[in-house]
Design a protein around this ligand. Sequence first.
Ligand code: ZN
Length: 341
Amino acid sequence: MPDAQDTLAFAAAMPKVSLHCHLTGTLHPRTVAELAAKHGVPMPDGRTAETLYDHGSYENLGEFLRVLDLVGAVMLDRDDFHRTTYETLTLAAQHNVIYREMFISPPSHPDVDYPTMIEGITAGLRDAEADHGIVCRLIFAMNRNADPADGIELVRNVIRHRTDDILGIGLDYEEVTGPPERFAEAFALAKKAGLHRTAHSESGPPQNIITLLDLLDCERIDHGYHVVTDPALTRRCRDEGIPFTCTPVSSDIGRYSGSGDGTHAVIAAMVDAGLAVTIDGDDPPMFGTDPTHDLVALVRALGYGPEQLMRFTENGIEAAWLDASDKATLRSRARMMSTAK
Ligand SMILES: [Zn+2]
């Protein structure tokens, strides 16, 4: 049995799969400041790189989303998307992330057209793969607080400008005021076009998870902590192997995965119930975390060892929207990395 120090070193060195990370939430504050200066737009609220992110204030989701939108507003041209994609993937590769499916939020960049966004992001992920070996694919997410017609328009744009790197669609922002059933038509359109489907359920009731599975035909649930308050739903999700992309640090700050005291009790309950849990950072620098730190938080709070940490990676590979041969490649790469230490 490895001691805690060995496990922390293992958490840093082990191969990781990232299925719940939003590009707009990954910008280093210095990058935000530089892009703001480049475009001659003021920093959000007159903040500096040092004061841009205030983790404590994100207990209020509205405040977090407000800052996220302000960050999105400094990403304006192809180079901005190239740079930010390359930077987040470079950092992820330094934490031994080997594969990521990353959320892109067009509603956060209302002044940027789809071809500009997609060309910049694609250039960034190609360069990151060439330089660091990390593979990244994309999920275009709609804003659930917008009009359902905007969601349909987003899906139409994704279909119109689709590339092989775009695997599916997502749904995020404020859940209580944006119930998922409003987006059934957008999700049906995406399914018909062969796009994969996932959606956030963090603050809403367990019924929303049932809606995501049965009405929106989601293949994964992002967060989904409320599942454990409904034993029948928990059994169903376990039996159907529904993946849950949990984000310990960001959800703890928001008090969605528990009481906000760092116990991560809800994630522990999901793991104990046999659910297919994966671990990621959501919006890492905004919440003061990174791909290793989210695992370290679980090691410290729950005493997880290397076997459980690797199970998160294996769950991530299984839950990835890749074909069997790409998954086999990832599995062998992960195995080589985890035994090389
Ligand atoms: Zn998220």
